[in-house]
Design a protein around this ligand. Sequence first.
Ligand code: SF4
Length: 161
Amino acid sequence: MSSIEQCDRCQAFCCVAPYYHPGIGFAEEKPAHHACRHLAPTHRCVQYTELHERGFPGCLDYRCHGAGPEVSAEAWAAGLEWHRLEGPPRAALLERFLERQTLYSAVAELGSLAPKAGLERELQAALRRIAALSADELAHEALTLAMELRMLCWQAQEGAE
Ligand code: SF4
């Protein structure tokens, strides 16, 4: 949904994995793990140049923070593409994207808050910990790490007030 995160190297997980609905900036409702009906087989949006006019500002606001290209690279290396999978294997790949996006969103938020709250060391420690994990380890620990980072974000928000 965003154009700043190397979308040309992504399987468009952001247009498939999340649930969206009109209340959060989308003109229609889409269930999680279903491809948006505006997504072409080439993993590209057929209405990308008119998203705002067509009532999809949520697509423009969405940031995967690099999770999409990263999970895509891992998937392609393993010979996987979400549209060629069914059932639990497909759900697992899409969940992997959502977990990674959740983690990297928390990293980005902490990155913007840490300098004001004096939490740069904690941020650097978290980044080193994430960088040291293999893709499989990250798949298992992404949500736990995201929760820990969220706790630091709350701490940083309080420190910044
Ligand atoms: S409207 Fe386009 S950018 Fe938005 S979810 Fe659908 S395919 Fe993706």
